[in-house]
Each structure stands twice: as structure tokens, then as C-alpha cells.
Write a protein that binds this ligand. Structure first.
Ligand SMILES: NC(=O)c1ccc[n+]([C@@H]2O[C@H](COP(=O)([O-])OP(=O)(O)OC[C@H]3O[C@@H](n4cnc5c(N)ncnc54)[C@H](OP(=O)(O)O)[C@@H]3O)[C@@H](O)[C@H]2O)c1
Length: 341
């Protein structure tokens, strides 16, 4: 296909156009605070209730961001004004907490990874489908404007046949951080590796062959992993580290054109489309980090506004496929997690 004159416009939901969802926040940690702040800043949604394992935890959170403080998750999911529960507990608790909300008849947006393995994600998918409620993995990157432009470039064949994806993500975390805790499914894969694996499977589909190597960190978890995956005739080269900073850039190469994503590529930011003849088009997007979390809330509202209980951007089967790939990688590296099936 010939190199385009301009990039396609992303199809974006209107921040105030869908239903004004009433969120219940489950867990009051690092990401929950950023999610609530972003949603309150950019949408007409409300945070109506916040559930914590303790009264003090809930009050600390609502003191800053509002909402009714509740000292248990059971009270949160039973709250009559809550439409949708955002599950922001550590990874090994996602299944239990998502199932709790689904059993109470609530829609759920579950932090990534949806579960520590594909079996857990399948349990959430089955429960949500049986209850007729929405369940979506909070894979926020795919909801950002730049990934919507990329999807159109891929679907329109602008890149030709996608043949190679390379992506890394690396961030130093001190030894005491949750990410190194063996009891909380610590290591690089859950928090970080899920991003490059999502990108590779989003572009190239499920891997047909997996090779990987892992390095253990200070607490014995698999704190750094490199992966080379075959997807039919295409390949991906991915790595994730919780030990060191890396450029955190990504590239998608097709037979006609390729894309380089500025780092950190999984957050809001810009990318360049390169033609084989040297032509370039630049997608400009402000690098606003986690202030971009509201796009995933708008995707939930957009689906519910259309009467759909599954996201077209992050369908449940795609979440399960990413976790199946992660299960395969961890089997190769010997990255066993406490509590996995
Ligand atoms: N999208 C992103 O960019 C992004 C970034 C960071 C993290 N995440 C994801 O979000 C999830 C939470 O990460 P986080 O960094 O926010 O973690 P965090 O700061 O440790 O917060 C987790 C919260 O979960 C609750 N919790 C429930 N059971 C717990 C247990 N057994 N141990 C510890 N806390 C427990 C706690 O809230 P209460 O005490 O109030 O109950 C705690 O504050 C992870 O799955 C992670 O992958 C996503």
C-alpha cells in the first residue's frame, strides 16, 4: 500500500457523551488514586464509594478524592448507587474481588493483569457472561488515542503485513516494593511484562512458539525476563525488568511501513509512522502519564451506553490470550507464582 498523506483520526468517545458512571473503587493503593483523580478531572463520572480493608484506608482516600468511605469490600460491592467496581487490589486478589462484585450484580473494570494466569481470567469471563455484566481488563494503553490510530493503520493495511514487534519495559523498584513480594505474585511479568505481551498479541495474535529467559531478583522472584515469540511467520522480541530502567520503546514493523513509539510507549505519547522510502508522519499526543487513565473509564461507559457488556478494544478473549502467552513464558523460565492454578 502506498504511504498515506496523513494519519487517520482516532475514533474517540466524548468525555461527557456516554452515561455518567458511578464508580466504586476497590482498594486504595497507588493506581486507585491515580485512576480516580484522572476520571474526576476529565469525565462527568462520579466516584460514589471507596472500599478498603480498613475504615482508615477508606477515609484517607475519600479525604483526598471524595466518595463514601467503606471499611470492607463487601459493603462496597453491595452499595446501591455503585454501577461499576474498579478492582485495584494486588494481582493475586483480582479474581476473588472481581467475582465478589459480579456476584453483587456490578460491572467490573479489573486492573491488569486481570488474573495471575489464564485460568483466573477465564473464571471472571465465565461469571460475567453468566451474570450479564461487563467485565474488562484495565489495559489502559489500548484505550489511548494513539492506540486507536495504530489500530486503524493496522486494519487499513498501511503497514502491509506486520512481521516484527519489538517492545521493552524496564523500571527500577526498590527491594521493599510490592513488585518484589513473592506472596503478591511478584516479579517483572505481572506488572510490566503484561504490556509488551499485550502489544505483541494485539498486533500478531497468539504465539505459536515461545522462548524466554528469566533472571531472579533480590527476593527470589523472576525480576527480569526476555522473550522471543514466533507468531506464524511473524516474530516479537520483548523484555521486562523490575530491576533497571530501560528505554521503554516499541516498534511495529510491516512489509510496507513501520511505527516507532516514543518511550514510555504504553502511556500517552507520540509515535512516528515511517515509510520504506523515508517518508514520515508523526502522531502527536501529550505525554501525560497516568492522567490518561480516564480513557479506559470512557471505554466502559461507551460499551454500557451502547448496551454492550464486552469491550471491542479489550475483549475478554484477548485478555485470556495474553495471559495464555504469559503462562507459556513463565513455564519456560520456571516463574511459578504463589496461588497459580
Ligand atoms: N494501569 C497502570 O498503569 C498500573 C500501575 C500500577 C499498578 N497497576 C495494577 O494495579 C494493581 C494494584 O497495584 P498498586 O501499585 O496500586 O498496588 P498498591 O499500591 O499496593 O495498592 C493495592 C491496594 O490493594 C488493597 N489490598 C487488598 N488486598 C491486599 C493485600 N493482600 N495486600 C496488599 N494490598 C491489598 C489495599 O487497599 P486497602 O488497604 O484500601 O484495602 C492496597 O492499597 C496491580 O494489579 C497492578 O498491576 C496498574
Amino acid at each position: 500500500m502506498s504511504f498515506p498523506h496523513s494519519l487517520p483520526e482516532p475514533r474517540l468517545p466524548d468525555p461527557t457523551g456516554g452515561p455518567a458512571l458511578r464508580w466504586g473503587i476497590l482498594g486504595t493503593g497507588w493506581i486507585a488514586e491515580r485512576f480516580a483523580a484522572s476520571v474526576l478531572r476529565h469525565t462527568n463520572h462520579q466516584v460514589v464509594a471507596v472500599g478498603s480493608r480498613s475504615e482508615e484506608g477508606a477515609q484517607r482516600f475519600t479525604g483526598r478524592l471524595g466518595g463514601e468511605p467503606l471499611g470492607s469490600y463487601a459493603e462496597l460491592v453491595a452499595h446501591p448507587r455503585v454501577d461499576v467496581v474498579y478492582v485495584a487490589s494486588p494481582h493475586p486478589q483480582h479474581v476473588e474481588h472481581a467475582l465478589l462484585a459480579i456476584a453483587a450484580g456490578k460491572h467490573v473494570l479489573v486492573e491488569k493483569p486481570m488474573a495471575i494466569d489464564a485460568t483466573g481470567a477465564r473464571r471472571i469471563a465465565e461469571a460475567a457472561r453468566a451474570a450479564g455484566v461487563l467485565a474488562m481488563e484495565a489495559m489502559w494503553s489500548l484505550c489511548l488515542p494513539k492506540f486507536r490510530v495504530l489500530r486503524r493503520l493496522l486494519d487499513d493495511g498501511v503497514l502491509g503485513e506486520p512481521t516484527m514487534v519489538s517492545a521493552d519495559i524496564g523500571e527500577y523498584f526498590p527491594d521493599a516494593h510490592r513488585i518484589h513480594d513473592p506472596a503478591l505474585a511478584g516479579g517483572a511479568m505481572m506488572d510490566l511484562g503484561t504490556y509488551p505481551l499485550t502489544l505483541a498479541t494485539w498486533v500478531l495474535g497468539a504465539p505459536t512458539e515461545v522462548a524466554a529467559q528469566g533472571v531472579r531478583g533480590p527476593t527470589g522472584t523472576m525480576a527480569q525476563t526476555t522473550m522471543t515469540l514466533r507468531h506464524g511467520d511473524a516474530q516479537s522480541a520483548l523484555h521486562a525488568s523490575a530491576l533497571v530502567e530501560t528505554p521503554t520503546v516499541a516498534a511495529i514493523s510491516g512489509t510496507d511501513a513501520w511505527v516507532s513509539l516514543d518511550g514510555p510507549w504504553y502511556q500517552p505519547g507520540s509515535f512516528t509512522l515511517h515509510g520504506r522510502d523515508g517518508g514520515q508522519l508523526r502522531h502527536l499526543e501529550a505525554a501525560t502519564a497516568h492522567d490518561g487513565l480516564y480513557w479506559e473509564a470512557l471505554e466502559v461507559a461507551h460499551c454500557l451506553g451502547e448496551g454492550r457488556v464486552e469491550s471491542g478494544i479489550r475483549p475478554l478473549d484477548a485478555t485470556i490470550a495474553t495471559l495464555e502467552a504469559m503462562d507459556q513464558v513463565r513455564a519456560v523460565t520456571g516463574d511459578r507464582l504463589a496461588g497459580e492454578s
